[in-house]
Design a protein around this ligand. Sequence first.
Ligand code: ZN
Length: 211
Amino acid sequence: MDEEIADMDKIRMKIFSLGDYSVNCYLLFYRDSKEAIIIDAPGGIEKVLKFANDNDLKLSAFVLTHGHFDHICGLNSSTLPFYIYPEDEQFLYNPKLNLSSLVGKPLKVKKKPLLLSEGVVKVGPFEIEVLHTPGHTPGSVSLRLKNWLFCGDTLFFNSVGRTDFAYCSHERLIDSIKRKILSLDGGVSVFPGHGPSTTVKREKENNRFFI
Ligand SMILES: [Zn+2]
């Protein structure tokens, strides 16, 4: 189900749940200038691109939370540039690392990414704070835009990301969440890669991995 969230400082967000794995894909755009970015690029991305086109949005890039296939398999359907954290770059070209070989649909992204680094990155008019939150993958990031945090498969509503794949680490995951996410203001809204949104306060008080 698609959902639209209330505007924040002239920025509007539309949430798409896409593909066989119901990946949350977040389209962010300025209501006035129509400049836009997309968080993650799942299969079925054509629906987001069509919405952007129908609404005259000016897309500048995808920003990826990590390199697993369900979050990147839309990249080959678009010519937009995309950003990923360096430690997940190899996932783009390696079906074993991006886990697409597990489902029998080996995926190799054909384009080179732009690389994120920790701190503030400017993508179009958006100033995004990149928090390196390894654990689910070595290059997983959480992306903070003002009071919104897009955390990929690191933290979920009342749960945390899986760490039973190669190059995962449950210890690193828990450490990342504690140090980089739960230390943020409690009012920050958290938008995961799958499932419902939550808040820092809610997860601090109720998430079974942290109480
Ligand atoms: Zn993942």
